[in-house]
Design a protein around this ligand. Structure first.
Ligand code: B1M
Length: 232
């Protein structure tokens, strides 16, 4: 039996448990991550705190070692899978606010890009804040955004990109909206690790959102503006 098998998660204090969850996420141990999330919930941690401190915190370490060539794609996929296990437990809890529907968002990762953890997190937080979310998944060409926004009667189009090579595609989607004469029908929000405010402005998005919490706040602000314009 290895040392790892001897660790009983529920016997660790909060700080040790979070450290252990970082290790377990790094090792792609989905069941352990799920157990850790459940223990923190039982100890009264807010779902959002678990998400940001234990899961996103752990994924940041994975990201650094991926960048530095210490971890490779198969290992990062396992880590992502473990993170998704934890997120699945938190999702209904984050959505449990009972807030009235405040708007509808279509969200997806752009063409050429298969990263979906950040997008999923944004979707979860938006649902938690009372938005209806239509998730079109990963690797989306411009048509997917436009068709879905139209058929769903969305207020907001949200795009995610994690690669410097795929972020320019966000402009292709915005240009597509302009070409169809429907750019102003939607609030366009963009996000993803390699983006910044300037990039958002340069491509003609309404706003760049640094993280999921900012996405929620920004979406609320823009929905309020939209309602004000409509009633003016
Ligand atoms: Co990839 N990958 N990856 N990867 N990966 C990055 C992005 C990278 C930075 C790693 C690195 O080198 N340090 C690097 C990109 C370098 C660059 O472009 N400059 C990279 C690379 C190179 C690649 C491949 C090319 C590797 C290869 O094959 N050689 C390949 C590309 C595949 C493709 O897409 N075509 C690849 C593949 C993968 C996996 C499949 C193994 C896996 C993805 C699994 C999955 O998503 N299901 C993966 C992962 C997990 C990562 C890292 C480690 C983690 C990303 C993540 O989930 N972060 C990442 C390193 C890093 O970012 N530190 C990396 C956690 C997540 C919560 O954060 O996604 O930033 P994030 O989302 C945040 C905000 O950005 C914002 O809110 C979120 C929550 O707060 N946000 C939005 C995101 N989207 C938003 C949309 C909005 C609003 C806000 O709309 C309104």
């Amino acid at each position: 039996m290895s040392d790892e098998d001897d660790i009983i998660l529920s016997e660790l204090n909060d700080e040790e448990l979070v450290q252990q969850m970082f290790d377990d996420l790094y090792d792609g141990l989905k069941e352990e991550i799920e157990e850790g999330v459940n223990i923190l919930l039982e100890r009264g941690w807010e779902p959002y705190r678990i998400l940001t401190e234990a899961l996103v915190g752990g994924m940041t370490i994975v990201g650094h070692d991926f960048r530095d060539g210490i971890l490779f794609v198969p290992e990062v996929l396992l880590a992502a899978n473990a993170m998704k296990g934890g997120m699945a437990i938190l999702k209904p809890l984050l959505a449990e606010t009972g807030a009235p529907r405040v708007g509808k968002m279509v969200i997806g990762t752009v063409k050429g890009d298969i990263h979906d953890i950040g997008k999923n997190l944004v979707g979860m937080m938006m649902e938690g804040a009372g938005f209806e979310v239509v998730d079109i998944g990963i690797n989306n060409p411009v048509e997917n955004y436009i068709e879905t926004a139209r058929t769903e009667g969305a207020d907001i189009i949200g795009m995610s990109a994690l690669l410097t090579t795929t972020m320019p595609y966000m402009k292709v989607v915005i240009d597509g909206l302009v070409a169809e004469g429907i750019r102003d029908d939607y609030i366009v929000l963009v996000g993803g690790a390699p983006l910044n405010e300037e990039f958002g402005k340069a491509i003609g998005a309404d706003a760049y959102c640094r993280d999921a919490a900012v996405a929620v706040e920004t979406a609320k602000e823009w929905m309020a503006r939209k309602h004000n314009q409509m009633s003016a």
